[in-house]
Unconditional design. Sequence first.
Length: 103
Amino acid sequence: MQDWPIEVTDSKRIKDFVEGYALEDRTEHRSAIATLIIASLDDALGGNEPVSEVLLAQIAVILKQHPELLGYWARPDSESSMEEFLFSVSPWIRSLGIMSDAR
């Protein structure tokens, strides 16, 4: 299942995923949960669902620990800001100012 984060994404459970991430010690599991968090956030932002600033700040801290995800989800090589070339979460990730770590 190559696209499992997309298949199991749940924008209503982002807070649960963030809490689960904090409790997980194994690096590979934390990476998987971080992928699930960002896929779920992308789903929420794409559906115009509200996401609290507090939760976004928590997610930003998590993403800083996973630059490989930033490189994928921020679409840093896309010079276009047109929607069809970006994920819904891409502009938010780019706004974090941490993209230099992902390149």
